[in-house]
Write a protein that binds this ligand. Structure first.
Ligand code: OAD
Length: 245
């Protein structure tokens, strides 16, 4: 059996992605030798507790890492998943990423369980802004504030210690219970509760495929594991489906 065969024959395949799928778009991953968390302590710069105590620290970190996702382009891995959906071989993409690249590649059913950095929300009155709209102000103000009420603004992304968006996570859970093939790509699966999703799918009888450039701690859960860049492997699976079936 091949992954192409499994996808072609699955009743409801679902993708589950992490930072590694956007690596070939120039976005850094979190863990590993060059990961973001090897340079920054997430508890100090990216937790809700540190944000509430001192939002300046968070915004300084945000300025340092930049807003590369605003200019980044989807890579062949994102495009391959969008193609699988268009071919009716993929139900949806559940992503831990906040870069919006799946949607920009053409995926229609994307469930974002860690939010989206393209939106900025007022912590007080909940007014929503697009990041593009206020990116210039971010360079000038220590902590950008809401035009309407003066509250501190915060990107609409989940910081450590924050609950996940309920609607999105509930939907992700439902997908885990109904999928028969979970296609994971580029995730170390180190952060809960997101990391529990593949285990739930497995318990409910799904086959698990993982595409990752490295060995990961959850390889044992997988029925198929392919080591290599998602931007090469996913398009080759799409190609194999087109040629073979
Ligand atoms: P990680 O940085 O933990 O893991 C990225 C995975 O992608 C690793 O297993 C890499 O080996 C793999 N990888 C790197 N480049 C790749 C490539 N070109 N093709 C395929 N795989 C590649 O990122 P996540 O698992 O997404 O949470 O991290 C989960 C969460 O931790 C993030 O959503 C974020 C972070 O802290 C929050 O911000 C709440």
């Amino acid at each position: 059996m091949s992954i192409a065969y499994e996808l072609k024959n699955a009743k409801r395949a679902v993708a589950f992605t992490g930072a590694g799928i956007s690596a070939e778009s120039g976005l850094g991953t979190f863990r590993g030798r060059d990961g973001l968390w090897s340079k920054y302590d997430p508890a100090a710069v990216a937790s809700i507790e540190s944000f509430t105590r001192d939002p300046r620290k968070f915004w300084q970190f945000a300025r340092e890492i930049g807003w590369i996702f605003l200019t980044a382009k989807p890579n062949p891995a994102h495009i391959a998943l969008a193609e699988l959906e268009a071919m009716k071989l993929l139900d949806s993409v559940i992503t831990q990423n906040v870069d919006g690249l799946h949607q920009r590649a053409g995926s229609k059913h994307v469930i974002e369980i860690h939010g989206n950095a393209g939106r900025i929300i007022c912590t007080r009155c909940k007014t929503e802004y697009t990041t593009e709209k206020i990116v210039a102000r971010m360079a000038q103000e220590d902590v950008p504030t809401c035009d309407r009420c003066g509250g501190s603004l915060k990107p609409d992304v989940i910081l450590f210690g924050e609950p996940l968006p309920k609607k999105a996570f509930d939907l992700a859970l439902r997908k885990m219970k109904s999928t028969d093939l979970l296609l994971a790509a580029g995730t170390s699966l180190e952060v809960y509760p997101a990391a529990s999703l593949p285990e739930i799918a497995k318990k409910n009888g799904a086959k698990i495929v993982s595409i990752d450039s490295e060995r990961t701690s959850w390889d044992d859960l997988c029925d198929y594991k392919m080591n290599g860049p998602a931007g090469e492997i996913l398009p080759s699976i799409v190609q194999a489906i087109k040629i073979t079936f």
